[in-house]
Design a protein around this ligand. Structure first.
Ligand code: G3I
Length: 315
């Protein structure tokens, strides 16, 4: 097949992957990265613990490597993430004074979004803000600043990076359910209030055989609010070792996700959360599961790779 990125561009969408720059020294990893993708997001390198491990002391090494790699392959650069409860240093976690936390959040956004202003095309400004029942996750930002922290972060990010699209991103929001409906209502309110919001990301950490039937309809309802949508962290896990039948089911699932995006005008594309099964967060977190990505641990394309190529109409 022709590269995913070439086939995708005929549809006006981009194909992304989450990059861990230390893996670029592996030939197989780098070759797939260079050939297939036209959007790069840092798997970890732009998170708070990586960029501002102690207050006001920034470290840009890995984040700069991600930005440089994106530029070297003429890919979009996607920013992940400015405000998130996880991979958040303890010194932020322990702040209880709202004035102090607001200053710290603003300073972080100014520094990180500001550094990559003009390079990052879109930012996950706030990541994972909801509980499954549609209530707000009780992160330090929520507890100390209240509901308004989301609008504050978006507004600050607009000032720091005026040309970047500003997104909210979450998991288990792929179907129409309580959590995605909470996100939907928030986005509608933010738009009504004139808060800058351009896009919503759907992580799509899925389980084989469980692509939600309402996926496309869900993407469409957000698009109808006037924001872009994107599949931001796609992987589809299964029990390992995987059977040939599992890999075929996974291929059908990957195809269904890409088709859902292509069916929605404002879907900007699909990002996979890694490249190969040898470097995936899944086995570390879900014991006994894995094989979630389109390439195996030897960088050989799996049936999911071909299914995506075919969904994109690759020649
Ligand atoms: O860098 C250290 C290393 O020095 C240390 O020796 C090693 C031992 O545990 O840990 C390394 O850090 C790990 C880091 O990944 C880099 O590999 C952390 O422990 C580990 O927790 C971290 O996991 C990341 C996870 O986010 C953290 O929440 C995964 O790589 C990353 O794929 C995952 O990505 C998230 C998205 O950001 C948000 N959505 C869900 C998604 C999957 O959890």
């Amino acid at each position: 097949y022709e590269p995913w990125r070439d086939a995708a561009s005929d549809h006006g969408v981009t194909m992304g992957f989450a990059l861990s720059p230390q893996h670029l020294s592996i030939d197989g990893y780098r070759q797939v990265a260079e050939r297939e993708f036209d959007l790069v997001v840092a798997e970890n390198a732009m998170k708070w613990d990586a960029t501002e491990p102690s207050r006001g002391a920034f470290s840009w090494g890995q984040a700069d490597q991600v930005a440089a790699f994106a530029e070297s392959i003429d890919a979009d650069l996607y920013g992940h993430t400015l405000v998130w409860h996880s991979q958040l240093p303890g010194w932020v976690e322990s702040i209880s004074d709202p004035v102090e936390l607001r200053t710290v959040m603003h300073d972080h956004i100014d520094a990180v979004a500001g550094r990559y202003a003009g390079q990052v095309d879109a930012w996950d400004v706030v990541n994972e803000l909801w509980e499954g029942d549609g209530s707000r996750r009780q992160s330090v930002f929520q507890r100390v600043l209240g509901d308004g922290y989301v609008a504050e972060a978006l507004t600050r990010a607009r000032q720091a990076a005026p040309d970047a699209d500003l997104c909210l991103n979450d998991y288990s929001t792929d179907a129409i359910n309580a959590k995605s409906t909470a996100m939907y209502e928030l986005v509608a309110d933010l738009i009504d209030d004139g808060v800058p919001i351009d896009c919503v990301g759907f992580q799509s950490h899925l389980i084989v055989g469980q692509v939600p039937s309402s996926f496309q309809q869900n993407l469409q309802r957000f698009a109808d609010l006037g924001v872009d949508v994107r599949i931001t962290e796609l992987d589809i896990r299964m029990n390992v070792p995987a059977s040939a039948a599992d890999l075929q089911r996974q291929a059908a699932d990957y195809r269904a996700v890409v088709e859902a995006c292509l069916a929605v005008d404002r879907c900007t594309g699909v990002t996979v959360w890694g490249i190969d099964d040898g470097h995936s967060w899944v086995p570390d977190v879900f014991s006994g599961q894995g094989a979630a990505l389109p390439w195996d641990a030897q960088y050989q394309p799996k049936p999911a790779y071909s299914a995506v190529a075919e969904a994109l109409g690759a020649e």
